[in-house]
Design a protein around this ligand. Structure first.
Ligand code: HEM
Ligand code: HEM
Length: 194
């Protein structure tokens, strides 16, 4: 019993969720980076509150929109895991070659990259979108389509990330995938039809 809790402590955060030690260390590191990023953003807003509250609104909005756009690119990159893995499952790609280059080999290489960077990119994008949301709400909430769609998007992002952690042990009952598609539709609507 004592030994059990000792080994868990040694393995740190996510010890029970992520079996691969390299993957666990990477997830731990980027989770910490996300937390530090969020804390830095809170401090940034705290120390610049006066200036941020009085800045010309169009300029202010331009700034927080940029953070939304950067996060959006990150979320697309995280989502790319799906089409890449889908193509890899297709048996017909084995026959496709360009000279000596086999499509399957290229996709396997890309698959490895997206698998390694999926979680770090998702965590960094979340850290970045926090500032977008924080700044959007700092100057007041408006009950309009943009604000409402943004809030609903964030409300889907939180369980999506939780189910992502469950996904490591395949305990998510496919909810990570279902929520990721819902999230994609929501942030696409929020970002492009606002
Ligand atoms: C994961 C969540 C979110 C993502 C990925 C996201 C992303 C974006 C993107 C890409 C834009 C457009 C930027 C541009 O046109 O250059 C945008 C605009 C905006 N977002 Fe978000 N956003 C999120 C959540 C939120 C939340 C929670 C709020 C506020 C409650 C919010 C408020 C706004 C506002 C006010 C705009 C400006 C719309 C306009 O042009 O008038 N967003 N967001
Ligand atoms: C804390 C954040 C996240 C964690 C821990 C996480 C974890 C995972 C894991 C372990 C997989 C399975 C990979 C495999 O089969 O080898 C996966 C797949 C996937 N993730 Fe995430 N993810 C996170 C965030 C996100 C976000 C923000 C999105 C959407 C923007 C997303 C979309 C997907 C998609 C589409 C798949 C492929 C479908 C599936 O296997 O369920 N994930 N994720």
């Amino acid at each position: 019993m004592k030994q059990d809790s000792l080994s868990q402590r040694k393995n740190g955060l996510f010890a029970n969720l992520i079996a691969n030690p390299k993957e666990r260390r990477r997830t731990n590191l980027f989770f910490m980076i996300m937390v530090v990023l969020i804390l830095a953003e809170v401090l940034f807003v705290y120390f610049n509150r006066q200036q941020l509250m009085t800045q010309d609104y169009r300029h202010y909005k331009g700034t927080f929109k940029q953070f939304g756009s950067i996060a959006q690119i990150g979320f697309y990159a995280a989502l790319s895991i799906y089409p890449v893995f889908l193509l890899l499952k297709n048996k017909r790609i084995k026959a496709i070659t360009w000279g000596t280059i086999e499509l399957k080999k290229v996709l396997q290489f890309i698959g490895k990259l997206v698998r390694i960077w999926h979680v770090p990119i998702a965590l960094l994008s979340t850290g970045i979108v926090f500032l977008h949301v924080y700044m959007a709400l700092l100057r007041g909430f408006k009950l309009d389509f943009t604000y409402s769609s943004g809030i609903v998007t964030v409300l889907v992002l939180l369980p999506l990330m939780y189910m992502g952690l469950m996904r490591f042990k395949r305990n998510d009952r496919n909810w990570h995938f279902k929520l990721s598609i819902t999230f994609l539709i929501l942030f696409f609507i929020h970002a492009n039809f606002s």
